[in-house]
Ligand binder design. Structure first.
Ligand code: GCW
Length: 646
């Protein structure tokens, strides 16, 4: 392993890079006098990486890496925490583990790259969560569900024999922002991933990721005992089924001793699950948890459930999971999407946050832009993540933010085998933002944008400031030209890119049709989720239930999520709903023109390749934003019977 790492870094330091975006935010320049690392036998691979990164890229005063069982801010050192302390002569990075040291090293390099190295550093960093994990929706055939950056990074056919250098680059990029886990395969899981053939492949990836502090997890199909094991049932209370899972787990840990655990999508969108046998989600999760418990593994059980018979999809996860609170074993964590429907450009937070008080929850964000313009549109997602993390659930009175109610954060990855990793170069910022917020949710979107731009492009303020402003504006612009004022799911069938608010496929699931969500009619627009409608508002703690319930107090950016509003309803600015709707769509389109203008002016500051690549994408964005505006307004006009206001 160490030799492999050595070779990797050797090439890293020699190569002349094409400006294709492949270097991400890791653009440290080697020192002129790069001293080469000598490995001593006692060093772990992680320690060697930490040492190497400093020797190669750190340009300040001498750095000492100190492993110490000391205390940080009065508390015993948490495994991944670190201190950075400097005096006139040296800088000490102190941690109780090697991975803590490595995180400290990346932090110090970040300070260097962003021009924040002060003379007297005194930094204490403890991650807010122990679980900071990527979910890859990668399939066995190399495709990625909702992936827009090429094929899977994992070359299953070449594994376990052949290793792509990208595996190490991936691990390094994640470690540099504190991500410490990865689920390799799609939640719509092929049982074959649990076969010996594929476990060998996964084990090799785990070996590459381990020195970077990244644990491997797998998504599992609940029917695996039937499909893979040939059993007649997958009933979680059946003894043979339990035995099958226990054997399987034992086999996994023989191959991957620090395996993280399972991610499960069950009884969701047609996938099998415990309910097929009259059992509950808790029965299913606990059966797997028992098998994993002796090895320290955990089950991440998803709460993404809905079925077409329910009058309101937004209510269902809460209705199914809330009664199970307290029924899960300690090594089960319930994974909840940020909003109650499905990663829309704007949703209120999922009411399960705060409501499951005896069950640890894992917050799931989407980094890949399934509903926010795929690889074609700029949507910097830190503001979306922050909106959810900072939302007050009022579960224990004011101040019970979502960030406080969860034990970890998962993100559906936006990576693929494109040279630039994420399709749109500016979408690298979303991977970066996810990692930084999973480590430290109280960072601001602005801080994150600032860091990322300086590390990825240039520290020149003439570049950073205007581009930062368009990054920060971009998610709201997407909301404006796609689904303003709390609208949701106006997408065309299946691809979730363009608009089709009038879509109607006879016989298809009603809850997969836009009209299910927008409810436009001659009176008005929006889904009535008040106490006199579907009553979803009462899933929120007071005073939010009442704030959302009343049209006068409901925040306007969620108005049509909670209310069916008359076309002539007077909004806070004195204009009607229809007028406001037109203004939002128009405003969104105008923002995209501004993105283009700002970007045009950045040409002198960055390399022509990346400049041109982003430029092309921004042109597409304006074009497609216009399509969104025109399609939606012309469709809604057939109900409002009013003319579109330019
Ligand atoms: O958003 C929907 C997606 C599906 C996805 C599902 C889920 C992996 O359209 O592609 O399946 O959510 O989160 O399970």
């Amino acid at each position: 392993m160490k030799q492999l790492l050595l070779i990797f870094f050797f090439f890293l330091s020699l190569s002349v890079f094409a400006e294709d975006g492949s270097r991400l935010w890791l653009r440290y320049e080697p020192k002129d006098t790069a001293d080469f690392l000598i490995y001593s036998k006692k060093e772990t691979a992680t320690y060697s990486i930490a040492q190497f990164e400093i020797k190669q890229y750190w340009k300040g005063k001498p750095v000492e890496l100190k492993r110490m069982n000391a205390k940080i801010q009065g508390a015993p050192y948490q495994k991944e925490a670190f201190n950075i302390i400097s005096n006139e002569k040296t800088i000490k990075i102190i941690a109780s583990t090697d991975i803590g040291l490595l995180y400290g090293v990346y932090h110090l390099l970040r300070l260097q790259e962003t021009g924040q190295v002060a003379d007297n550093l005194n930094i204490a960093e403890i991650p807010a969560y122990n679980i900071r994990i990527l979910n890859h929706w990668d399939n066995i055939d190399g495709t990625i569900e909702r992936g827009y950056a090429g094929s899977s990074l994992w070359n299953w056919d070449d594994l376990p024999e052949k290793l792509s250098p990208r595996y190490t680059e991936y691990a390094r990029a994640n470690a540099s922002i504190g991500i410490n886990g990865t689920v390799l395969n799609n939640v719509n899981a092929n049982p074959k991933f649990l076969s010996d053939e594929y476990l060998k492949k996964a084990a090799v990836l785990a070996n590459v990721f381990r020195p970077y502090g990244i644990k491997v997890y797998l998504s599992v199909n609940f029917s695996s005992p039937v499909i893979l094991g040939g059993l007649p049932t997958a009933d979680p209370l059946d003894e043979d089924v339990c035995r099958w899972w226990k054997e399987k787990v034992k086999e996994i840990y023989m191959r991957i001793p620090d395996f993280g655990g399972f991610l499960v999508k069950a009884n969701s969108e047609g996938l099998p699950g415990p309910q097929d046998f009259g059992r509950t989600h808790a029965d299913g999760a606990n059966m797997l948890a028992e098998a994993l418990q002796p090895y320290g593994g955990m089950v991440m059980w998803r709460a993404f459930v809905y079925n077409p018979s329910s009058p309101d999809r937004a209510k269902q996860a809460y209705e199914e999971f809330r009664p199970l609170d307290g029924k899960f074993l300690p090594n089960v964590i319930v994974q909840v999407k940020n909003g109650p429907i499905d990663f829309q450009p704007r949703e209120p937070f999922n009411p399960l946050f705060g409501a499951m008080q005896k069950t640890p929850l894992l917050l799931e964000f989407q980094i890949t832009q399934e509903y926010l313009g795929a690889d074609k549109q700029l949507a910097f997602l830190a503001p979306l993540y922050k909106e959810c993390l900072d939302a007050d659930t009022y579960a224990h009175g004011a101040g019970s933010t979502v960030a406080h109610c969860v034990k970890g954060i998962a993100g559906v990855a936006n990576t693929g085998n494109n040279a630039n990793w994420t399709g749109h170069i500016l979408a690298q910022a979303n991977w970066y933002a996810f990692g930084r917020l999973a480590w430290k949710p109280d960072l601001t979107s602005e801080q994150i944008a600032d860091e990322w731009l300086k590390m990825t492009f240039s520290t020149d303020t003439a570049f950073v400031n205007p581009v930062k402003s368009i990054l920060l504006e971009s998610r709201e612009a997407v909301v404006d030209y796609m689904m303003p004022l709390g609208l949701a799911h106006l997408f065309a069938w299946e691809h979730h890119y363009g608009p089709d608010p009038g879509l109607n496929i006879p016989g298809a699931r009603p809850d997969w049709m836009p009209s299910y969500y927008h409810r436009a009619d001659s009176i008005g627009l929006g889904f009535d989720r008040t106490t006199t409608g579907s009553n979803t508002v009462s899933q929120y703690f007071p005073p939010l239930d009442s704030i959302y319930n009343h049209i006068e107090t409901c925040p306007e950016d969620l108005l049509l999520w909670f209310h069916h509003v008359r076309w002539d309803y007077r909004m806070k600015n004195g204009q009607t709903l229809w007028e406001n709707l037109c203004q939002h769509y128009q405003r969104g389109v105008e923002a995209t023109y501004r993105f283009q203008t700002v970007w045009e002016n950045t040409q002198p500051y960055i390399d022509p390749e990346r400049w041109e690549a982003v430029r092309q994408k921004l042109k597409i964005q304006t074009h497609d934003a216009i399509v969104w505006r025109d399609t939606c307004l012309h469709y809604f006009q057939t109900f409002s019977k009013q003319s579109v206001i330019p």
